[in-house]
Design a binder for this molecule. Structure first.
Ligand code: UT7
Length: 331
């Protein structure tokens, strides 16, 4: 009997309608389109403005897009994983609310949090459930409402982040397609360089912290940048070497969209042509857990059965890694 592999068999996505352009940001903080474009590659990002709508709104919309496109009966879904760094609420599972809302009433569900690597780690977790033979339909959603934790008076962070959601379905494959290999890492030494300090269990919210904006995301951009460039390139090289792949064997690089310069550096390190590098950071900015599925959604029509895709991500914690996946269908 051939080994069961875990393949992505459908993709869905959603981004909010409101477009926050560099020109609008120029009126909010001391910045300009030229600086943002040359330093990050970002032109605009989407923001979920409606009051009371959280990450689950993005997750539900992305999942519904997938369900409609695939013609999937949500009752067949056995597990829903919501990869996110911005859950709707503390103490209540965002995934449970999402699963019930999309009609996945036979599924169990949980949130998975690993900052910007949440979706990448989620690919590993979802695949394991399929490869083991335990489940046959696992829905992995990556969604983040980053605008809920951004200070729109801090030019170091507000220019980078956006809101969005993407979803993929993992199913068993007997042709050897789907997830082939992974190299996942983390180091707690990175915690101080990218975090929102107050409002969690270490530092519950205080009036003082709220007044000082210490519940917003803080980033030591330079340190995060250096670590992201080094580690994303490093894991991409490792996964190629380990699988005896040359740059010619790689059809696509799907890298976390945090900064165009980081993505370019990763592609250069593995000597990949520009036309093989998925890129949509210009439209959405950094959507944390949603960047990888949003790439798959935007490039889906160009992907061919058997294409070798190298995924790479880096995020807070620090967390990072790379996954090698063979695409399983022509759309
Ligand atoms: O997804 C999770 C992982 N996150 C990342 O991977 C993000 C990693 N970091 C980055 O992408 C970059 O570090 C940033 C885009 C955040 C910043 O770019 P940078 O090239 O590292 O700029 P910098 O922080 O070194 O700042 C350079 C200059 C500074 O001015 P001085 O000190 O040279 O006079 C900043 O004050 O640019 C200034 N600056 C800005 N100027 C205009 C910082 N932010 C802005 C801004 N507009 N928005």
């Amino acid at each position: 009997m051939s080994k069961i592999t875990a393949a992505i068999t459908a993709v869905g996505a959603y981004v909010p309608e409101y477009v926050l352009t560099n020109q609008i940001l120029e009126t909010m903080v001391d910045t300009n389109d030229e600086w943002i474009t040359t330093r990050t590659g970002i032109k605009e990002r989407r923001i979920l403005k409606e009051e009371g709508k959280g990450t689950s709104f993005l997750a539900i919309k992305a999942a519904e897009d997938l369900i409609n496109k695939k013609g999937l009966d949500p009752k067949e879904i056995e597990l829903v994983i919501v990869a996110t760094a911005t859950p709707d609420m503390k103490a209540a599972s965002t995934a449970a609310y999402t699963a019930t809302s999309i009609g996945a009433t036979n599924a169990f569900s949980f949130d998975l949090e690993a900052a910007c690597s949440s979706f990448l780690y989620g690919m590993s977790v979802a695949s394991s459930f399929i490869e083991s033979g335990r489940y046959k339909k696992v829905l992995l959603i990556g969604a983040d409402k980053n605008s809920s934790m951004i200070n729109y008076e801090d030019r170091a962070t507000c220019i980078i982040f956006g809101d969005g959601g993407g979803a993929v379905l993992f199913e068993p494959n007997e042709e050897g397609l789907g997830l082939q290999d992974e190299y996942l890492r983390s180091s707690g030494e990175g915690r101080e360089f990218l975090q929102a300090k107050y409002g969690g269990s270490s530092y519950p919210m205080t009036e003082e912290a709220l007044k000082n904006g210490e519940h917003f995301v803080f980033q030591d951009g330079k340190t995060v940048f250096k670590n992201a460039v080094f580690n994303m390139a490093d894991v991409a090289v490792k996964i190629l070497e380990r699988n005896n792949l040359t740059k010619d064997d790689v059809a696509w690089l799907a890298a976390h969209q945090a900064n165009k310069r980081i993505i370019d550096a990763t592609a250069n390190r593995i000597e990949l042509d520009e036309n093989k590098v998925m890129m949509n950071i210009q439209k959405y900015g950094n959507t944390t857990s949603a960047t990888l599925p949003l790439l798959l959604h935007d490039y889906e029509s160009q992907l061919k059965k058997g294409d070798n895709i190298i995924f790479a991500a880096f995020g807070g914690g620090f967390t990072w890694g790379s996954i090698y996946l063979k695409w399983a269908y022509n759309s």
